[in-house]
Write a protein that binds this ligand. Sequence first.
Ligand code: FE2
Ligand code: FE2
Length: 267
Amino acid sequence: MPEVAFEVMRVADLTDSSAITVAATLARDPSLSVRILRLANSAFYGMSREVTSISDAVVVLGMRTVKSLSLVAASFPWLHKALHGKGINPTLLWNHSLTTAYLVRSMATKKGIQDAELPFCVGLLHDIGTVVFAVWKENAFGNLVSRAEDEHRPLDAIERETYGFDHAEVGAELCDVWNLPKVYGNAIRYHHQPSLPETPDVIADLIHVADFMVRERGINEGAFGQIYQRDLGAFERVGFSDEELNEMLDSAIAQCEELQGSERKAA
Ligand SMILES: [Fe+2]
Ligand SMILES: [Fe+2]
């Protein structure tokens, strides 16, 4: 992942960082900046005029949205190229991650969470540990995925059985190694079992619910037959009805399709 993208995530969270700081950080990676500009000008954001520079994008779209955009722009090519191992299809994983992120953002907005871009970013990275497994255990990971399917068991349970840890833990550790704000690792660590910690994390709850809903629609990372254990406590705490969730999911799927069209052109 380009270092500049991380730095944007870090500086965009600091209250005293200005649009100029974010723009100056991004200026160090011209190819990333170009892709962010393309995304900002895509039909998705429906701008009435052209966004001409990164500092312009920060002014028009806001620092937090530019942060999300840089994460989307940075992780799309990375997720697409990094996976040579069997078992995980990068396109499916990308679809799954992005749709989950959009649903998380809708739920966060509806719940009145002030910075909905933060849960969006965490949602986008929630299965990043799967990428680590797929790269690290290039060939063996495919067998784990097949086992989850054949035995109708959760993939994370088989990961724990085989390696002693699962992709949620690996993803959380990776976020810490990347020096992302603590909230990333905390939420990602518990996205399969958000009721486990004494004080459940709001973002972990949102990701769990979104992850479940998105998978129910068949948008998963490639392990189609595996069971996804539902954490009812998280559903209760999040508190949306099935109808509300499905409505938000419909628009998350539409948003994902729209953004992907412009991302493909930008890639
Ligand atoms: Fe997961
Ligand atoms: Fe997931």
